[in-house]
Design a protein around this ligand. Structure first.
Ligand code: ADP
Length: 334
């Protein structure tokens, strides 16, 4: 019960939107395709769905090539950015759509619709018009509709990106719960979303998959500098790792998991925080976030770095020390 993609290439004229991609989604696992806008994520998802023809390679289910199998016979569920509900049907009518197509009898349809609405947190919404729902509710209905016929694979294309930030965070947590045990491929450009939803993350860039692994591994050891920058590491510094401690020009930081030798560290803003001892700098800019302040700090050598401070830290000069939580190992040169 698994999806495998082999050497898949999809072209739009001269542009290879997807280039020689290999990808696997194991039974009961959720894989996130993560990458910047325009890198080919949706094209790959659409090719898996059968909505986009490929010029080379294969999409297989349980090893069998799906080349001749049309979209509606793949038994894949689809959820898009903007729900795409049927406006003339109520919620129950939308959720039951796939069941009607499969000629499931009416009482079984009703039971399944109620079950799904309960799962997505909309119990009792059957009679509501789809046009009267908020954006978040529409996405929940779209998810229930896709899941109702028990698809063997669920494909989600930026399912949360049309929603505002607070709603997105809540729905991402709910979606992670709903997707547990489901076989799913989800496209997103948002790291937080990918890391909340997925068992494995496949990072895409310019039509290719550049790294695949469990979220913690991809977060901790991005495959290369560009991936590190995409994953929020604004500063890259050479370091030496010895006995699980990395030393670089910005100080020392305990990375017990890092192998000894020369390395390149990627620092996210959270890697630098005010401390009693460390490197001194001048605060150039202060941006308030919900529960912290993002600082732009100029160091003695003129270089500017991002750092994170508490809301009450208002001094114009700061001493910054490294926090292992924000540090990634970009390359080992041991
Ligand atoms: P992503 O989902 O990562 O944002 P897409 O798969 O939508 O990226 O697009 C990948 C590339 O293919 C982009 O350069 C985009 O402009 C191009 N593209 C997407 N759809 C089409 C299309 N129907 N015709 C021509 N070019 C397209």
């Amino acid at each position: 019960m698994s999806l495998t993609v082999h050497e898949l290439t999809v072209r739009y004229g001269d542009l290879a939107a997807v280039s020689e991609v290999d990808l696997a989604v194991a039974d009961g696992s959720v894989v996130a395709l993560l990458g910047p806008s325009g890198c080919g994520k949706s094209t790959l998802l659409r090719a898996v769905a059968g909505l986009e023809p490929s010029v080379a390679g294969r999409v297989c289910w349980n090893g069998a090539d799906l080349a001749g199998v049309p979209v509606h016979r793949r038994e894949f569920g689809l959820v898009f950015q903007d729900g795409q509900l049927f406006p003339h049907r109520n919620v129950a009518g939308n959720v039951a759509f796939g069941l009607r197509m499969r000629r499931v009898d009416r009482s079984a349809q009703r039971a399944r619709v109620a079950e799904l609405l309960d799962l997505v947190g909309l119990a009792g919404y059957e009679a509501r018009r789809s046009t009267e729902l908020s954006g978040g509710e529409q996405q929940r209905v779209a998810l229930a509709r896709a899941l109702a016929p028990r698809p063997r694979l669920l494909l989600l294309d930026e399912p949360l990106s049309a929603l505002d930030r607070a709603l997105r965070e809540q729905l991402a947590i709910d979606l992670a719960r709903v997707l547990t045990g489901t076989t799913a491929l989800v496209v997103t450009h948002d790291h937080d979303e990918a890391f909340t939803l997925a068992d494995r993350v496949a990072v895409m860039r310019a039509g290719r998959i550049v790294q695949t692994g469990p979220p913690a591994e991809v977060w901790r050891e991005p495959a290369d500098e560009e991936t590190a920058r995409f994953l929020g590491c604004g500063v890259l510094v050479p370091a030496t790792v010895h006995n699980g401690v990395a030393s670089c020009e910005l100080g020392e930081v305990a990375l017990p998991w890092a192998p000894p030798g020369e390395a390149l560290l990627g620092l996210r803003p959270t890697a630098l925080r005010p401390a009693k001892t460390g490197v001194k700098g001048e605060v150039m800019q202060r941006v308030h976030r919900r529960d912290h302040v993002r600082l732009r700090v100029r160091l003695a050598d003129g270089r500017e770095v991002d750092a994170v401070a508490g809301v009450l830290d208002t001094d114009d000069t700061v001493t910054l020390a490294l926090d292992p939580d924000g540090v990634a190992l970009v390359s080992r040169r041991g």
